[in-house]
Design a protein around this ligand. Structure first.
Ligand code: GLU
Length: 318
């Protein structure tokens, strides 16, 4: 018997939340994720993370696809293109999330939490700069009687009970990562009180079911990775390779946002700036080229190398 395994084809993805038009920080992430998958001869898919229906809009998702095409970033499945793992809009995948949520619930790994509205952001990825406090576990040890009394007055969110254990993984760019699940992550929300499933659950279920084996995204999600790995383990999924990348920072020392000068893709397009200039500039930020000369993403595939990409966040000067 031949025990050698066929080399696995990279399956990368871009998973934006369509809560506005793209800024160069989003484009930077999309570009590196695309290059990483394409350099390995792999596939790339587009998943629209529109769980938070209050903030996300279909027209932003459509504009995002138009921007990606314009930038020369193509995908093999996902978004409005569809594909065998669809739907690719999280807002259409609630029944799928429920199935896996119920598995965790049936295994006794969850508990209702009656603490205030703090969980309401759970459908958004908790970027490190948002400083989400570690949940103290207040509702974990409520008695059945206390739960019943509280349930009569308020709808609970549901949290995953994490063990007091170490979590480790080897990031493809930042190297070994370690934390204690209980003290560094804390029991996190799986389903909000309003019934919306949380980002942490949805992202794992989607990446696993869509066959994603290479997750490339901003390093502000390094910590979230430990929480997601806990879900991978509990649901018996194989975890992907995680490769985090540095963030583009504004002159004010914050994660780049579309309000930052020179950062809004829509504004740049409107001003007549071409995709080659944007890609060239971002490739230079990523250390992939020595000067910000005009380039398209396809020009960068052959020589792409993670070792050239810095780990420290990058100041973006407009
Ligand atoms: N929708 C998330 C965000 O935009 C994606 C995070 C991820 O790539 O896992 O922050």
């Amino acid at each position: 018997m031949n025990s050698e395994q066929a080399p696995r084809t990279a399956v990368g993805r871009f998973a934006p939340s369509p809560s506005g038009r793209m800024h160069l920080g989003n484009v930077f992430c999309a570009l590196l994720s695309w290059l990483s998958a394409r350099h390995d001869g792999g596939r790339w898919l587009l998943r629209i993370e529109d769980l938070d229906m209050q903030r996300c809009r279909r027209e932003y998702a459509d504009a995002l696809e138009d921007d990606l095409h314009w930038l020369g970033l193509d995908w093999d499945e996902g978004g409005s293109l569809g594909g065998e793992h669809g739907p690719y809009y999280q807002s259409l995948r609630t029944d799928i999330y429920r199935r896996f949520f119920e598995r965790l619930e049936a295994a006794g790994l969850t508990y209702p939490c009656f603490c205030s509205r703090a969980d309401l952001k759970a459908s958004q990825a908790p970027h490190a700069s948002d400083h989400a406090p570690v949940y103290a576990g207040t509702c974990r040890h409520l008695t059945p009687a206390e739960r019943e009394r509280l349930a009569a007055v308020r709808r609970p969110s549901v949290r995953l009970a994490l063990p007091d254990a170490e979590s480790r993984f080897d990031d493809g760019h930042y190297g070994p990562q370690v934390c204690n699940l209980q003290t560094d992550c804390g029991d996190f929300v799986l389903r909000r009180a309003d019934g919306v499933f949380a980002y942490q659950l949805a992202v794992v279920v989607d990446d696993a079911l869509m066959g994603v084996n290479q997750v490339v995204r901003g390093c502000d999600l390094l910590e979230s990775t430990h929480m997601q790995l806990a879900i991978y383990r509990l649901l018996g999924f194989d975890a992907p390779q995680f490769i985090h990348l540095p963030l583009l920072m504004s002159e004010h020392g914050q994660r780049l946002a579309k309000r930052d000068r020179g950062a809004s893709l829509a504004d740049l397009r409107r001003a007549g700036v071409g995709p080659e200039r944007i890609i060239g500039r971002l490739a230079h930020c990523a250390g992939l080229v020595d000067s910000p000369r005009p380039l398209m993403p396809a020009d960068l595939v052959a020589d792409f190398d993670w070792r050239r990409v810095p780990t420290a966040n990058i100041l973006f000067e407009p």
